[in-house]
Write a protein that binds this ligand. Structure first.
Ligand code: FAD
Length: 358
């Protein structure tokens, strides 16, 4: 037996909560299903020293400003978990945990959401499952020959776990730079990037990135020339630990190696380096396997959308996965707007259906 609701939100991280906030305000009957045992989504699992790249006030969900963290301009991940925990309670968002959604099926006029804890039938489904749960590692020759440890960003916690080791950190984004900086004092670290590392100017943090994304959205909405994504500004926010390591000469990017061997890495010119561990900071893919029965997959593991709405299944919204589901939607401050749009569409659908049933 399925329980009937207007909306099922899959995922109870920041994106799912932002959707919940708007659904609550619009008076819809909804449930949020979250695979984690406790609130906070991916922020519960990041490395210990991770700090946001924007100050607290610029990392807020709709309705409630994130309080500052004492003595920190850029709050740490644990502070974000506290904020999300409080947010969920404050707005009385109905999150069921731990509930892992296995599949979403078409079922007449509804979508049926299935999990080991039961199934729900909904007029609208908002998928907000993030990317943390699908780490991506590129296909590199020799990867299975390497006898040392291989970790992804999602596995890395603290320098003590690799103390004294020869570590190669792969990736020219924020995770690669931050983890290489984190390891710089305790390990013999080599940081490799596919193209030369591009640091944003020291006075640019997530605020400027958000402003840029907002300006881009306006330009696109008004039919003006695309100003380009935030990637046009650079790849790495020079947060204080990254800046310090870089200025101390501890953070110099080397070119990417071409293959792994049993004992380390090898570059195109024949140079070799021994390594005890490789940390792959090579990104993520959207966690969308629960949507496979709908047969909507496009390229790069994405589902084609207009805004948040799936083009070939308008009852489905995708929220928080990246710019392709709304500019800056994969950030705390950026997810509020697309969440509101998805919730407004859901309320229109619910009212139309209710009118049709009268
Ligand atoms: P998540 O936090 O991953 O939440 C998704 C939830 O859905 C999880 O609880 C998960 O368990 C659940 N779920 C997944 N699959 C299912 C399923 N099948 N059924 C039920 N539940 C499911 N953003 C900023 O604004 N500022 C920053 O400084 C910043 N720094 C970042 C640093 C790193 C290293 C990373 C990776 C990201 C950073 N981000 C930052 C981006 C973004 O804010 C985070 O990735 C954030 O966690 C995304 O939130 P989310 O709700 O979309 O996904």
């Amino acid at each position: 037996m399925s329980r009937n609701v207007d909306v099922v939100v899959i995922g109870g991280g920041q994106a799912g909560l932002a959707a919940g906030y708007h659904l609550r305000r619009l008076g819809l009957d909804f449930v949020v299903l979250d695979a984690q045992a406790t609130p906070g989504g991916a922020w519960q699992h990041t490395w210990d020293s991770l700090h946001l790249f924007s100050p607290a006030a610029h990392s807020s969900l709709p309705g409630r400003i994130m309080p500052p963290q004492a003595a920190e301009t850029y709050p740490g991940a644990a502070h974000v978990v506290d904020y999300l925990t409080d947010y969920e309670q404050r707005y009385d968002i109905p999150v069921l945990r731990p509930v892992q959604v296995e599949a979403v099926h078409r079922d007449g006029a509804h979508l049926r959401v299935e999990s080991a804890a039961g199934s729900w039938s909904a007029r609208t489904v908002i998928s907000a499952t993030g990317t943390w749960w699908r780490p991506f590692v590129p296909a590199i020759p020799g990867r299975t020959e390497f006898k040392g440890r291989q970790l992804h960003t999602v596995d890395y916690r603290r320098p003590a776990d690799l103390a004294g080791k020869r570590v190669i950190v792969v990736g020219g984004g924020n995770s690669g730079a931050q983890i290489a900086a984190d390891l710089a004092h305790d390990t013999d670290v080599t940081w490799v990037t596919r193209r030369p590392a591009r640091f944003l100017a020291d006075d640019i943090d997530g605020r400027a990135l958000f402003d840029h994304a907002t300006a881009r959205r306006r330009a696109l909405d008004e039919g003006r020339t695309d100003t380009g994504g935030v990637a046009s500004l650079g790849d790495i926010v020079a947060v204080p630990p990254v800046r310090e390591a870089r200025d101390a000469g501890l953070l110099k990017a080397e070119p990417m190696f071409t293959r792994l061997t049993a004992t380390g890495a090898e570059w195109a010119d024949g140079t070799r380096a021994r390594a005890d561990a490789i940390v792959w900071c090579t990104g993520f893919r959207p966690a969308l396997s629960h949507l496979a029965p709908l047969g909507l997959r496009g390229s790069r593991g994405r589902i084609p959308t207009a805004g948040t709405q799936a083009l070939r299944e308008p009852r489905l919204h995708l929220l928080g996965y990246g710019d392709w589901t709304g500019p800056a939607s994969a950030t705390l401050i950026g997810v509020g707007r697309p969440a509101r749009e998805a919730a407004r569409t859901a309320v229109t659908v619910a009212r139309q259906d209710a009118a049709g049933e009268e």
